[in-house]
Design a protein around this ligand. Structure first.
Ligand code: ZN
Length: 251
């Protein structure tokens, strides 16, 4: 293993623990930057030895040091997931600038993924700043044409806005509209549409699986932001390959 990959893995673990804090504190209306982390049960502030990503969780066998209440699996999983995606971003990115961009995008997408999975909500507090960062980073890097960034955001937002209007808010929420815009601003028009298609594909496969196993029926609400975030990461990594593979059918 190269030293660089090890460093990026550790950076991913640390960023992952900050993402956990952001997800938790935004939901509880607390400040993300101020105040110490506490046990959610006994409210005893955590010491430095309890804040080491993954390691603390394993050392404590998933329980609070003081009150022994169970600590959510979310914490080590988000840390590990962030670390692995950061390494993947490093290995797959053609340049350092693109790695940095993708790591920033991934951090936001993980927050959106976990928050929607937990609370069935895509909130503006995450999507709106991410949109601004996505537009600025993409314009600055110049890998996606400016028109594609702009139209990507507008077209994908319009796609969800139309569904919102037709169904009077029954199929999708306002959060999905902003998430569509974010995907377009992150990926550009072409890759954004591919991501949209993949999100529906994964969502349909997952939904069918739930219905077959009797875990859900047609009315069960699905946190669609989870699939949108997942598809965005897949297309960020493999967009070119997916488009090449798809076009290969017609040659
Ligand atoms: Zn406790």
């Amino acid at each position: 293993m190269s030293l660089m990959i090890l460093l990026i893995f550790v950076l991913g673990l640390v960023i992952g623990s900050f993402l956990n804090v952001a997800i938790f504190r935004v939901h509880d209306g607390l400040s993300v930057v101020r105040g110490r982390s506490k046990c959610t049960s006994c409210e005893v502030p955590l010491g430095p030895q309890d804040l080491i990503p993954v390691v603390s969780y394993l050392a404590l066998r998933g329980r609070c040091r003081r009150c022994k209440s169970v600590i959510s699996w979310q914490y080590p999983l988000v840390e590990l997931g962030t670390a692995l995606l950061f390494v993947a971003a490093y290995v797959l990115a053609p340049s350092t600038e693109l790695f940095v961009r993708n790591a920033i995008f991934i951090a936001y997408l993980i927050i959106i993924f976990v928050y929607d999975l937990k609370h069935m909500l895509i909130i503006d507090k995450f999507t709106v700043p991410a949109m601004i960062i996505a537009i600025l980073l993409n314009l600055w890097l110049g890998v996606i044409p400016a028109w594609s960034i702009l139209f990507g955001g507008v077209v994908l937002a319009a796609f969800f806005h139309l569904q919102y209007k037709i169904s009077r808010g029954a199929w999708v929420g306002g959060g999905d509209i902003r998430m569509g815009a974010l995907m377009g601003f992150m990926l550009g028009l072409e890759h954004g549409l591919v991501a949209l298609f993949i999100a529906y594909l994964i969502g349909a496969i997952f939904g069918a699986g739930l219905m077959i196993t009797g875990k859900a029926d047609r009315k069960t609400p699905i946190p669609f932001g989870v699939f949108l975030a997942l598809a965005t990461v897949i297309v960020m990594f493999y967009g070119q390959e997916i488009i090449g593979w798809y076009l290969g059918f017609f040659n």
